[in-house]
Ligand binder design. Structure first.
Ligand code: SF4
Length: 338
């Protein structure tokens, strides 16, 4: 018999005084009437409360290389149990997971997996870490917190768009060991026109995550003609250096035409390599190109002695010269968790 989705009250909401609710999970702060959904499809108004409608509704499960998240500095060369739900609180025109992220509540086929079941599935794969990925984890907060409460010895990774209010984000950080946050462009116009969000909210989230001591990496998907100017990339790199740290790993990922942006060509490899150069000139210690094979664009070099520490060819990873968390050549402490 198929499992029945439980009705779970949402966290982080208030009542609007006229029978409706205001969701406080992310900066959209949707006003939701009984019978209605929030913009992300994960909150539903009932007569007596706001519910976490997508609780436990799992759309995708896979075992992935950790490098696919992408996380290059967190247990490199390991595998991670990856789980996704439905819905998203952004509406990116270039979304590469739109079949699940744009699925309005109830439209996409999902199976209900209780927190105990999903933790047990991860253990059955003999894995000790789980990623909430493929769609936005912040809108799955209640479920993630319950999964983490079931198995406190697993490590948890979030792949997020950073659209979260500070309080729920800090709650998520309490169970998160690592996070990759997308910075999708570096102008408010880009966020407004392409994503339906605000850059300043995402930047604040990245700063909160770093402040909470969670290992943080960033992904910047480089879209030709939209967010790839030298000036914009330079401003992004300066922000990473000044607001976060110069040892924050940054991934410049190749855009593939998808969803509502099929008219835009793939990012030229030269553009990605130029972004990486800009990052290096700005003083960022670890900048990578992603979604494409290059000679050395995905390799890690020691920022102290310049020696090759990790070689990556696609998802083939060679730990060339790692001594624990240090460079094996010069013993410099690297921003690598393992
Ligand atoms: S989490 Fe969803 S329902 Fe809540 S404010 Fe954001 S988009 Fe709206």
């Amino acid at each position: 018999m198929p499992a029945i989705n439980p009705t779970v009250e949402a966290s982080h909401y208030s009542r609007d005084g006229s029978g409706g609710y205001v969701c406080g999970l992310c900066p959209h702060r949707c006003a939701i009437q009984p019978g209605g959904f929030g913009r992300c499809g994960s909150r539903k108004g009932e007569e007596t409360m706001l519910t976490a409608y997508s609780y436990g509704r799992v759309s995708s499960i896979a075992v992935d290389p950790i490098e696919k998240k992408p996380l290059y500095h967190y247990y490199p060369k390991s595998k991670i149990f990856s789980v996704g739900g439905i819905g998203c609180n952004l509406s990116c025109k270039n979304c590469q997971n739109y079949s699940i992220s744009m699925s309005s509540a109830g439209k996409k086929r999902t199976t209900y997996e209780s927190p105990e079941e999903i933790a047990a599935l991860c253990r059955m794969e003999r894995l000790d870490s789980m990623a909430f990925t493929y769609n936005e984890p912040v809108i799955w907060l209640e479920y993630i917190m319950d999964v983490a409460a079931c198995d406190r010895d697993l490590r948890y990774v979030m792949v997020s768009n950073g659209m979260a209010e500070e309080e729920p984000l800090k709650e998520l950080c309490r169970v998160s060991d690592a996070m990759n946050i997308d910075v999708k462009g570096f102008t408010e116009k880009f966020y407004k026109d392409i994503c339906g969000g605000r850059l300043e909210d995402v930047l604040r989230s990245a700063e909160v995550v770093r402040g909470q001591g969670v290992h943080l990496e960033l992904t910047y998907l480089v879209i030709p003609g939209y967010n790839d100017s030298e000036a914009e990339i330079g401003e992004f790199c300066h922000w990473v250096r000044d607001a976060l740290s110069d040892d924050t790993p940054v991934h410049f990922a190749r855009f593939h035409p998808d969803f509502e942006m099929t008219q835009v060509p793939m990012t030229p490899v030269d553009t990605l390599l130029r972004c990486r150069e800009t990052a290096a000139e700005c003083g960022l210690e670890y900048a990578y190109v992603g979604n494409v094979l290059t000679d050395d664009g995905s390799d890690t070099y020691c920022p102290e002695c310049g020696g090759l520490v990790i070689r990556r060819t696609g998802y083939t990873v060679d730990l060339v010269a790692l001594d624990g968390r240090r460079c094996a050549y010069c013993k410099h402490r690297l921003n690598i968790v393992r």
